[in-house]
Design a binder for this molecule. Structure first.
Ligand SMILES: Nc1ncnc2c1ncn2[C@@H]1O[C@H](COP(=O)(O)OP(=O)(O)O)[C@@H](O)[C@H]1O
Ligand code: SF4
Ligand SMILES: [Mg+2]
Length: 372
């Protein structure tokens, strides 16, 4: 990463998550409900996010990404663990503290339509945060600020009185972004913000988020279900599998030399056009993700891992340094040769075959995805 593109971070942590757990009880019975099990959606995760940094969280559907996001913005109560935000434990925050927290921590949702009230105009949706927090009480001032926000996210200010259904998917996500940045939060949690959008629109929304993050000095947690989007957005990436973080590393290290076999499998499934415009075959992960209500013993990936040995189903691997700057939870991490096999040339970074990372501009991937 060149100097001009270095994250605007002073090296201190804005967020520190320690041993965070969220289990959803499974109950049986109509009158007397009895707990018969639990969905271990998030099961003891620890990570931190520095000020001004963008952390990606990636994993297949059902791995616990949205649950993690909802815990971080305290839309969910954790089962156990601590979440330090700016030094304060918000895991146990009460209602009044949460209102203050929601000025500083905001979320963008995957589905821009269902997260916007269809009966409200765009102007009043974006003004909501000011109303909830008793700010900008003068309606003229509020309207002016909302129009500034609309302009900032690329919406036509003349559409102030329109309703969400009158906008395209990309524009609706811009409305969600405007609402999320209205109070100038310190942390923005974006939960698959472009997954529901047409591929041709995705790059525009990603560039918008990247621009805002730089201008506002935002700290961003960016969630995606595959690694292709995250690479151009994130300084570091955490890979989740069945409620656990299985690997976390600076983007260049994760994409240059993945150590966890699951990361390798996700990378090999990324569709990319190579520098010469050629394409590579995708090697998709086989089998479904096991149920988080009954995850495999010890290493949860052992039922799908090509490197699994007896130890893997007996002893849980810890998230530990594995050479380079990667932490990975694996007894038998990928060798360099195994990792290289899983890397498309255009992604391996080290050979500089693309300049996308250097410019940190998200390129429209429609050409590489349209044929898949
Ligand atoms: N409110 C809930 N009640 C019960 N189970 C839930 C709830 N929310 C999520 N889950 C389960 O937790 C697991 C993780 O879900 P989620 O965090 O949404 O994963 P992801 O965002 O990675 O797809 C899934 O098995 C999901 O069905
Ligand atoms: S611990 Fe074993 S099963 Fe788990 S990822 Fe590593 S090699 Fe595969
Ligand atoms: Mg999700």
């Amino acid at each position: 990463m060149d100097g001009a593109e270095a994250p605007i971070t002073n090296g201190t942590n804005l967020v520190e998550v320690r041993n965070l757990v969220k289990h959803f009880p499974i109950t049986r019975g109509i009158v007397f409900q009895k707990q018969i099990g639990a969905v271990k959606a998030v099961d003891d995760i620890t990570f931190e996010v520095k000020r001004g940094e963008t952390l990606g969280i990636v994993g297949e559907t059902g791995c616990g990404k949205s649950t993690t996001a909802r815990l971080l913005v305290r839309l969910l109560d954790p089962t156990a663990g601590t979440i330090l935000f700016d030094g304060q434990d918000i895991a146990a925050a009460k209602k009044d503290d949460l209102k203050a927290l929601h000025r500083e921590v905001q979320m963008i949702f995957q589905d821009p339509y269902s997260s916007l009230n269809p009966r409200k105009t765009v102007g009043s949706i974006i003004a909501d945060p000011f109303v909830i927090h008793g700010l900008l009480k003068d309606s003229g001032e509020r309207r002016k600020r909302v129009q500034e926000l609309m302009d900032r996210v690329g919406l036509n200010t003349e559409h102030y009185n329109r309703f969400p259904h009158e906008f395209s998917g990309g524009q609706r996500q811009r409305i969600g972004v405007a609402r999320a940045i209205a109070l100038e939060p310190k942390l923005l949690v974006a939960d698959e913000p472009v997954s529901a959008l047409d591929v041709s629109i995705q790059a525009q929304v990603l560039n918008l988020l990247r621009g805002l993050q730089r201008e506002m000095g935002l700290t961003l947690i960016f969630i995606a279900h595959d690694l292709s989007v995250v690479r151009h957005m994130c300084d570091r990436v955490a890979v989740m599998y069945l409620g656990k973080i299985v690997e976390i590393a600076p983007s260049d290290d994760l994409y240059g030399f993945p150590r966890h076999p699951y990361t390798g499998a996700l990378l090999s499934a990324v569709p990319v056009a190579s520098a010469t415009g050629g394409r590579r075959e995708r090697q998709l992960l086989t089998g479904d993700v096991p149920s988080p209500a009954n995850p495999p013993q010890a290493c949860r990936f052992h039922t799908r891992c090509f490197k699994a040995q007896e130890l893997c189903s007996q002893e849980e691997p810890l998230l530990e340094p594995k050479g380079t700057r990667n932490l990975a939870a694996c007894h038998f991490p990928l060798s360099e040769a195994e990792a290289r096999l899983r890397l498309p040339a255009a992604l391996s970074g080290a050979n500089g075959s693309t300049n996308e990372r250097g410019s940190r501009t998200i390129v429209d991937q429609s050409s590489s995805s349209s044929s898949t």
